[in-house]
Design a protein around this ligand. Structure first.
Ligand code: ADP
Ligand code: MG
Length: 240
């Protein structure tokens, strides 16, 4: 029987908001505007996942699917140092892939699943999970097909999370104008519609606070309060 692990975000306040951290065998989604900290949290998790369980880590490797080209290996170095880890070893345990189309993203997932069957992975990152779908299916008439393909991909991701006891951290964008018209009904609405909302185990919204402060808010979680947590982005990654 698999032991569920909760991986630290680097911030105690954020961990508490999440009920202990980013959970394995579950999908944690972060959505928010540009610079709200989604990718910085991904970088921090790349390191914290490799910490021993006794230090709130996952004692495992990391798979990183990057659709935006924003992963920075250089960022990993000070974060690893902050956690007292060897940066070179930490980088060696991050399997990185850049995806260019939604089909490419799907095929990368299949390849990673094969790797996970052989090596102990504890985290899968998709930054972002949806961007390529929004690029590859642009027309209004393509929305149904897009949602169908997105559902297919999310079902594959869920299967990977459960089969290999891996935490999934996936980022999402906010839609500025969901109606496509003049009236902006809810400018903070996450993309992906019901399909993504349904797939996410935990969904949080990130927003900018004062200076380097960021605020996370839990959205629609059945077993977590709709509370907020304040954290910071520092050279050493996410912290209180
Ligand atoms: P998102 O992915 O949500 O668009 P990011 O995770 O890329 O946003 O966050 C970018 C922000 O992170 C920057 O605006 C800056 O405030 C902060 N940041 C990035 N690198 C560093 C660093 N080395 N030290 C401190 N803060 C940083
Ligand atoms: Mg980003």
């Amino acid at each position: 029987r698999k032991q569920i692990v909760k991986i630290t975000t680097g911030s105690q306040a954020l961990d508490e908001l999440l009920g202990g951290g980013i959970e394995t065998a579950a999908l944690t989604e972060a959505f928010g505007e540009f610079r709200s900290g989604k990718t910085q949290l991904a970088h921090t998790l790349c390191v914290s996942t490799q910490l021993p369980i006794s230090m709130h880590g996952g004692n495992g490797k990391v798979a990183y699917i990057d659709t935006e080209g924003t992963f920075r290996p250089d960022r990993i170095v000070p974060i690893a140092e902050r956690f007292g880890m060897d940066a070179g070893a930490v980088l060696d345990n991050i399997i990185y892939a850049r995806a260019y189309t939604y089909e490419h993203q799907y095929n990368l997932l299949l390849g990673l699943a094969a790797k996970m069957a052989e090596e102990p992975f504890r985290l899968l990152i998709l930054d972002s999970v949806i961007a390529l779908f929004r690029v590859d299916f642009t027309g209004r008439g393509e929305l149904a097909e897009r949602q169908q393909k997105l559902a297919q991909m999310l079902s594959r991701i869920t299967k990977i999370a459960e089969e290999f006891n891996v935490a999934v951290y996936m980022t999402n964008q906010v839609i500025a104008d969901p109606g496509g018209g003049v009236f902006i009904t809810d400018p903070k609405k996450p993309a992906g519609g019901h399909v993504l909302a349904h797939a996410s185990t935990v969904r949080m919204m990130l927003r900018k606070g004062k200076g380097e402060q960021r605020v996370a808010k839990i959205i629609d979680a059945p077993n977590l309060a709709e509370a907020e947590a304040v954290f910071q982005i520092t050279p050493g990654g996410v912290t209180d």
